[in-house]
Structures are given as structure tokens and as C-alpha cells.
Design a protein around this ligand. Structure first.
Ligand code: SF4
Length: 922
């Protein structure tokens, strides 16, 4: 079908004429900040934090404040495709429905599955869950949230009888002690971190403890840092429980009235040597610091323990979360202002997915398959009786097991929405091969270059942030509206709409007759209250058990009410019409007897064992300025400047042992995977341990999918993979040359310098595309001038060669503007490029031609690597200011503006100040 041929009507966004202002919610992390967007000439021109939003009160981090720069239709997926051919929506939906039905006829109803995402809105999630579980009769619906917080979910359910986060963000501000364990909010939840930092400044008695194998930027506000050995968290907290018991620090009244299981739990903790010396040795920390932590935790009532992927992404993640919860229950540190075990989610709507039942072990609305009467109740609510197939009778396969079932041929069709499992799952490269062999892969996505599209049979263009319309729930159970403010491009459509259309084609039109997300939300809200007692006392009368997740108070919202919905924390029902900031304040839990459960925990080592061949422990994680697989954040060039290339952080002595210098190219290997990146020597790393970011993928670098190095070991209860505990080998990458090539934006698509390179990174800049390249000795003789002449549409204008230093510089200038620029040289000898990149934006003047060829070696205007992304202030300028006497973050802010907007770079500014002071002292 040719470009213009389609029978689809024009796209129907919620709004076809952009307003001058709009309020929505940030699509990145689980903090869930409110965002105000300003439009000019119909285009988003600025963003600001929503002052009235309870999560952020007007703040935004650097990612949030660059949101308007990530919009635009460039690179968007615009049309449906079937088997690589553009088709209209009717054809795509007909084909999709026919193939799904044929798969089920031939291979059984459970041969089809869905893999969803915490990027979806609750309404999309709800419809997907309802279609697959309720009408297709397959339980195999899972989500990438499995990779993020499934262990926290399973622990909350075991301990409290419900997947219910008891705390709220305000608890961080009224606590006496905040323990950050396995979390680096300074980078990953920056606005929440800023709130905590401000609270600490207001109240110097508020203490912060950071527990993490790495010294992260969150240590900036730490009163105590415990750099524990990876995987020793459970031992630390079982030891804490034993210490509390031994030192008379238990809340016996709370334990007796509100819990069960304490005695067995304490006995299990005491199976190990519970002396401080033994625990400190197992955690590889100083016993005095350990005792200080134990004393602080035990002696304060108002303690919040904030934890995230560092705890969850483990083959014993559920038990680690439970060990934390045990200590809170034992001390009665729960259900009070400033107290509780607080799991913070990574994704913007991981919580919404949990609410609808988007995890394979859930059914719907916080009911599991084995919840009493749940299958019957949900069947009656969805009116599926008599339908064939009926609801599944038991849970489905969790993410890793789901893909293994595809490999075995048990699942023959998979619908993937808003996620990229060929990048994010363990054994990422293998996952791609599995999907390539799967008979039917349907992908709903926003972007035309998403790697997952390479394995898709049917492609559906989805709406993206600022076009989607619905709700999300953040880490503190706060439901906020994400509003459709812009019309979708091309034929992009909402996911709930595509799902409903497929449902209609399969004969379920009546049950999926949705015309607006408000209808879906209202149905979701009704289901949450359906036969739900609101409290243990009312359960019998309501005909069902008490379920904490209850938003029945929002079930009657009409469309206007839905559009105007202000952020509100669930439960929202007749008893709590204004929402509920804090749970379990009366000590009554959602278990059959109303008591919370303490459960025995036995610490276990990571399943990925170190060995002579793979002797180093690999920690994977996020970085400050990027989000997930960079599909959105890489569209804002200023977010690419903080860490432009994939990297590995290595302790300097480990680097020396391996013969590796700072900024050298290196390679990590593990069974089935390789990762190539630039070394960053960091004393923040423990010896024998490495850190690598999770973001890079085939769109941005050659071999930098870090999940290709992670083996498929999961927590037995939650199914969450052990992404924080890889076992790898490290070596220098044997490159003989490196090159930097900058190409003006309008020429970028016409040049592909990757062939013949052993390393490449593609780095979008504001006015050009930067390629960072490296090659083995065999390719050192490459004739670059011939290559430039053949590949680039603008001829070589000037070049110089320094054979003694092995350097070649060349550039192409057209009509007084720089069009491309190349430097080839020995490894790790590249200049900073900020100055040069700016020459693509404006014509060359004065001495610029000479300086361009020289690679701006004079450094007069060069800023160095960017530290403050908001104001684009580089390290060189900051160091110069420090040397000139600006030796505080405030002074630097006053002079350079760095650190004055979102504040995310303040820890780095502090570190530079300390580094410079150390030089002076030395
Ligand atoms: S803290 Fe999270 S939700 Fe808030 S602006 Fe930053 S990325 Fe967005």
C-alpha cells in the first residue's frame, strides 16, 4: 500500500486544538509529579511543576523540566503495519483478531499472552487485563513492572494481606530517621530526594542513613553511610531484629495486638550468629557504624525505610522486603506519621498496573485467583458467565517464565505494549531470538525505531505522553490525571481503543463499548468497590472480604468530573471520600484475622555466583538524566550531556589490576552477552564490583545492552529477576583508534559510520549528531579522507594530519556553516566538544575556521562535560569558579546558575568542591 492509502479516519486525539496551558503528570519516575505545560503557536514551549500537586509542589527534576523538548513527531510510529507492510487500522485490527483467534483455536486458549508496561495508563491496563483474562481466558498477562517492584508487592501481600504501601511522601518530612536502602533517590526519584533534603535542612534532628554498596549522590545528605556487600541486606535486617530483641527495643504491645509470627521470625534470625561483629563481617562493614544504625533505628519511633530496586531486584527480594517490614512491625513503626516500610516504584504507573491486576499472579482490582470468591466475583462483574472461554482458574506466567514458555512453543502469540523486552529483560539478546521465532508478535509502540519492532508481525502506532488521556498512580497511592493535550500524529491511537476494537472483532463489543477513558475509569472504580466491605467490619455485609484497594468513591465521576479530577490517594470510598494518606493507622490489616504477619527470613546469597571466569559483581541501574531505554529522554539533547556514552564504573585499583585507564573503552562479558562501554574510575565503587547503566540499547550503541549480561535467576515468590547481581569479566577493549564524527542534523540520516567499528555510540546533540567510534588494530589503516569523500554529501573543506601523534582532523564547511567535523586519533585522546557543537548552529566567524580544524584546543569557550543539565554548565567552568573562590554550592549557583533549578546536580557540585579542596590540601 502506498504512503497515502488508508481507510482510517483522521486521528482522534482528545484535543485537536492545543490549549494555551494544560496540566498533566510526568511520565517518568514513580514520584508522579504534576506538570504544567505552556503552549505557544500550538506547540509546547515550556513546562513547570504544578504547584498544587501534592507530590512535587511545583518542583521538577531535570528530566521533567525537559519534557517539552522531547515532543514532536520526528521518529514517531505513524501507521499500522502487518508483516512489514503499511495497512489501515481496519486491516491491522482484522488481521490481529483473526490471528489471535486462530492461535487459540489451534493451540488452546492459554497460547496467547500480553506483556504490558508501567508506562501504560490505568485505563489501557484495565482494558488489556479484562480482554486477556476475562474474555480470551488466558492468565498470561504480565508487565515490565515485574522487573521493578514485584518483590515489594509480594512482601506487602504476605505481611499486610494486601499490596498496600502504608506510607506517603509527607512521612519522609516528619520522620526522625529516614533509611535509604537499595535506593538512590538523588538520581532516580529526584523530586522526592529534594523534599527530603529540604526537610533535613528545616529539621537538623532528622537523620538520614544510606545503605548501598555504592557511594551514590544520595549520600550527600547521609548522617551515616553503610557500604554493605551486595546481597547482604537481608542479613543486615534480620540482625537488626535480633538486636532490637536483645536490647529491649521491641514494641511488645503492638506485636501482641496487631501481629503474628514474631517468635518464629526471631528464632529464624537467631539461627545466624547475631553478634555485631559477625553481622558486620557478613555485611563487610564497620561494626561501630552498624551498631550506630541499629541504635538509631531502634531508638526512634518515627522511622521510614525507603527502598527500591536495590532490594527488589534480587533472587531473594521478597524476603529482603519482608526483613525490613519485620523490623518495622517489631518496633511498632508503622501507621504513624513519619513511619513505615516504603517501597518506591520506578515507573510512572507501576502502581496503576498493580491496581487493575496487570501482574500475572493477580486477577483484577487487588483480587488474586485464590482470593475467596474472586473468580466468581470478577466473572459476574464483567458479565462473562456462559462465555467461552471462561476466566482462567489460576495465575499466569511471570515475565521471565513467560518468555521461556514462548521459547518452548507453549505460547504462540504475544501482544507487547509500551515496553522493550529485548533491552530490559535478562538475557536480552536471547529474548530477541525467542521473539523472532514466535509465530505472532504484536507490538503497540510510539516510536518507529524501537528495537522491539524488528521482531513484530503486527505493529500498532500508539499515542504518547501529552496525547494519552487517563490516570496514573504514583508510589504513594496518589491517582493523578495524565491529560491528552496534543492531537496524536499520523494514525496513532490510544491503546485502550485498539484493545476494544479487537475485542469487538472477537465478539465482545458490548463489554468493550468504551468511547472515552472516563467510562473505563468508572468501571475500574466500580469493580474496586464491588462486594468490598471497605473495612473488616463491613466485609460480611458487602458479601466479600475487605480489600484495601477501593476507589468506589470515584465510580460516579462523570466526564467533567473525570477531566477535573484532582490528585487523590486511595482508598477513596464512603468512609474516606477525600482519600487516605496513610494506611493501617488502627493496626488492622487486610489479613483474615486482621493481624500483620512477621515471617522468618533466612539470608541467601545472589544466585549468580562469581567464578574464576566471571569474578566481578555487576550492579545495573539508572542514571540521573536518562529514562529507561532512552526513547524519550534522548530526544532532549541537553539530557545526553551528563553521561553521553555507555559506561562502567570501576574501582581505581580494580582498573589498575586490569590495565584500564579512566575513559578507556572496555568490555564486560558474561555467558551469552557482551557490553562495550567507556571506563569511569570511581572510588564510589567497592572493590570487585562494577556499575553499569541500564539505558543504552541498539539505537544508541553497538553492544551496550547491559541486561544481555544478566542471567535469568528470579525470586521464587515474586518472579523478579536478579538484575543487581550479575557475574562478569572485565577487560580493556583492544582498540587502536578512536574517532569523533559530528554531522549536521539534516545530513545525519545519510551517514552511517558504524561498519568496521568495534565500538560506536550515537549521541544526539542540539544541532548535530555525534558519533563516537573505535576500532581494532586491523582497521587502523582505514582511509578516512576517501571514506569522507564517498559518504558525506559535503566535501572535505580542510584537513590536517599529525602522523607523529596519529591524528587526523577534517571538516566540511558549506556556505560559511560547519556541516561535519571529524577527529581520528589514539584511544581516549578526544577533546570536549561543547564549543564545536555550537558552531553547527551559527555561521563561522573570524578565527573560527582555524579553531574548528584545531578542535577548539584553545579551550577558551569550552565548558567541558556538562554537570548542570538545566543550565548547561560544564565541569571546566565550575572548576574554574571553585578555584576562583566559589567554594560552596550556593556560591557556584550565584555565579553560574548551576544547581539552582532542579537541584539534581548539587551532589556533583559538592563532590567537585571537595575534590578541588583535596587537591589544595594535598
Ligand atoms: S522526579 Fe520523577 S516524576 Fe518528578 S519530574 Fe522527575 S522524573 Fe518526573
Amino acid at each position: 500500500m502506498d504512503e497515502g492509502t488508508t481507510t482510517c479516519p483522521p486521528s482522534k486525539g482528545t484535543t485537536t486544538c492545543p490549549p494555551s496551558k494544560g496540566t498533566t503528570t510526568c511520565p517518568y519516575c514513580g514520584v508522579g509529579c504534576g506538570v504544567d505545560i505552556t503552549f505557544s503557536d500550538g506547540k509546547p514551549s515550556a513546562v513547570a511543576g504544578t504547584r498544587s500537586h501534592p507530590a512535587n509542589g511545583g518542583r521538577l527534576c531535570v528530566k521533567g523540566s525537559a519534557l517539552h523538548e522531547t515532543l514532536g513527531h520526528e521518529g514517531r510510529l505513524l501507521y499500522p503495519q502487518v508483516d512489514g507492510q503499511r495497512v489501515d487500522w481496519d486491516c491491522a485490527l482484522d488481521t490481529l483478531a483473526e490471528r489471535l483467534a486462530a492461535t487459540q483455536r489451534e493451540h488452546g486458549q492459554q497460547s496467547v499472552a500480553a506483556y504490558l508496561s508501567g508506562q501504560l495508563l490505568t485505563e489501557d491496563y484495565y482494558v488489556a487485563n479484562k480482554l486477556f483474562k476475562g474474555f480470551l481466558g488466558t492468565p498470561h498477562v504480565d508487565t515490565n513492572s515485574r522487573l521493578c517492584m514485584a518483590s515489594a508487592v509480594s512482601a506487602y501481600k504476605r505481611a499486610f494481606g494486601a499490596d498496600a504501601v502504608p506510607c506517603c511522601y509527607a512521612d519522609l518530612e516528619c520522620a526522625e530517621l529516614v533509611v535509604l536502602v537499595g535506593a538512590n533517590p538523588a538520581w532516580n526519584h529526584p523530586v522526592l530526594y529534594q523534599r527530603l533534603k529540604a526537610a533535613k535542612q528545616r529539621n537538623p534532628l532528622l537523620r538520614v542513613v544510606v545503605i548501598d554498596p555504592r557511594v551514590t549522590d544520595s549520600c550527600e545528605i547521609a548522617d551515616l553511610y553503610l557500604g554493605i556487600a551486595p546481597g547482604s541486606d537481608a542479613r543486615l535486617f534480620t540482625g537488626l531484629l535480633a538486636w532490637m530483641a536483645a536490647n529491649g527495643r521491641l514494641d511488645r504491645t503492638y506485636l501482641e495486638r496487631h501481629t503474628q509470627g514474631f517468635d518464629q521470625t526471631l528464632s529464624a534470625a537467631r539461627e545466624d550468629d547475631v553478634s555485631l561483629a559477625a553481622i558486620a563481617a557478613d555485611c563487610d562493614i564497620d561494626p561501630e557504624r552498624l551498631e550506630t544504625f541499629y541504635y538509631w533505628f531502634a531508638s526512634q519511633l518515627h522511622v521510614v525505610t525507603l527502598y527500591s530496586q536495590g532490594i527488589n531486584q534480587s533472587s531473594s527480594g521478597s524476603d529482603k522486603c519482608q526483613a525490613i517490614i519485620n523490623c518495622h512491625l517489631a518496633g511498632g513503626k508503622l501507621g504513624l506519621p513519619g513511619a513505615g516500610p516504603f517501597s518506591i516504584t520506578g515507573q510512572p504507573n507501576a502502581m496503576g498496573g498493580r491496581e487493575v491486576g496487570g501482574l500475572a499472579n493477580q486477577l483484577a482490582a487487588h483480587m488474586d485467583y485464590d482470593s475467596p470468591g474472586a473468580i466468581d466475583r470478577v466473572t459476574r462483574f464483567w458479565r462473562t458467565p456462559g462465555l467461552t472461554p471462561s476466566l482462567p482458574e489460576g495465575p499466569g506466567l511471570k515475565a521471565v517464565a513467560l518468555f521461556e514458555a514462548i521459547e518452548r512453543g507453549e505460547i504462540q502469540a504475544l501482544w507487547i505494549m509500551a515496553t522493550n523486552p529485548v533491552v530490559s529483560l535478562p538475557r536480552a539478546d536471547h529474548i530477541k531470538r525467542i521473539l523472532a521465532a514466535c509465530p505472532l508478535v504484536i507490538v503497540s509502540d510510539c516510536l518507529a525505531n524501537a528495537e522491539i519492532l524488528e521482531v513484530a508481525d503486527i505493529v500498532l502506532p500508539a499515542t504518547g505522553w501529552s496525547e494519552k488521556d487517563g490516570t496514573v498512580t504514583n508510589s504513594e497511592r496518589c491517582i493523578s490525571r495524565q491529560r491528552g493535550l496534543l492531537p496524536p500524529p499520523g494514525e496513532a491511537r490510544h491503546d485502550w481503543w485498539a484493545l476494544s476494537q479487537v475485542a469487538a472483532r472477537l465478539g465482545y463489543a458490548e463489554a468493550f463499548a468504551y468511547h472515552h477513558p472516563a467510562q473505563i475509569f468508572a468501571e475500574h472504580a466500580r469493580l474496586s468497590g464491588f462486594e468490598n466491605g471497605e473495612s473488616p467490619a463491613g466485609a460480611e455485609e458487602a458479601g466479600g472480604p475487605w480489600r484495601v484497594f477501593d476507589i468506589s468513591g470515584l465510580a460516579d465521576l462523570d466526564r467533567e468530573g473525570y477531566d477535573a479530577l484532582a490528585p487523590i490517594q486511595w482508598p477513596v470510598n464512603a468512609s474516606a471520600p477525600a482519600g487516605t494518606p496513610r494506611l493501617f493507622v488502627d493496626g488492622c490489616f487486610a489479613t483474615p484475622d486482621g493481624r500483620a504477619r512477621l515471617l522468618p527470613v533466612r539470608p541467601r546469597a545472589p544466585a549468580q555466583a562469581l567464578a574464576a571466569r566471571y569474578p566481578l559483581r555487576l550492579n545495573t541501574g539508572r542514571i540521573r538524566d536518562q529514562w529507561h531505554t532512552m526513547t524519550r529522554t534522548a530526544r532532549a539533547p541537553r539530557l545526553m550531556n551528563h553521561r553521553a556514552e555507555p559506561f562502567v564504573e570501576i574501582h581505581p585499583r580494580d582498573a589498575a589490576d586490569a590495565g584500564i585507564r579512566d575513559q578507556q573503552l572496555v568490555e564486560l562479558t558474561a555467558p551469552g552477552g557482551r557490553y562495550r562501554a567507556r571506563a569511569r574510575l570511581a572510588k564510589a565503587q567497592r572493590r570487585g564490583e562494577l556499575f553499569a547503566p541500564m539505558h543504552w540499547n541498539a539505537a544508541f550503541s553497538g553492544r551496550a545492552k547491559v541486561n544481555a549480561l544478566i542471567q535469568a535467576h528470579v525470586d521464587p515468590l515474586s518472579g523478579q529477576p536478579e538484575s543487581k547481581h550479575g557475574a562478569v569479566a572485565l577487560r580493556p577493549l583492544p582498540v587502536a583508534w578512536e574517532a569523533t564524527l559530528l554531522v549536521a542534523d539534516d545530513l545525519a540520516e545519510r551517514v552511517d559510520p558504524r561498519p568496521g567499528c568495534d565500538y560506536w555510540a550515537r549521541i544526539p546533540l542540539a544541532n548535530a549528531l555525534r558519533w563516537q567510534l573505535g576500532g581494532a588494530p586491523e582497521s587502523a589503516g582505514r582511509d578516512w579522507l576517501a571514506w569522507l569523500a564517498a559518504e558525506l554529501p559535503v566535501a572535505v573543506s580542510q584537513w590536517s594530519r599529525d602522523d607523529a601523534r596519529g591524528r587526523l582532523r577534517a571538516s566540511g564547511i558549506e556556505a560559511g556553516r560547519l556541516r561535519w567535523w571529524l577527529l581520528v586519533g589514539p584511544p581516549a585522546s578526544l577533546p570536549a566538544l561543547h564549543w564545536l557543537e555550537q558552531r553547527f548552529a551559527r555561521g563561522l566567524e573570524g578565527d573560527d575556521r582555524r579553531r574548528v580544524l584545531a578542535g577548539c584546543d584553545s579551550g577558551a569557550e569550552d565548558d567541558g562535560a556538562i554537570v548542570c543539565s538545566c543550565h548547561q554548565v560544564g565541569q571546566r567552568r565550575i572548576v574554574a569558579a571553585i578555584r576562583a573562590g566559589d567554594t560552596s554550592v550556593e556560591a557556584l549557583g550565584a555565579r553560574l546558575a548551576c544547581g539552582t533549578q532542579c537541584g539534581s546536580c548539587q551532589p556533583e557540585l559538592k563532590a567537585l568542591i571537595e575534590e578541588e579542596s583535596a587537591h589544595v590540601d594535598a
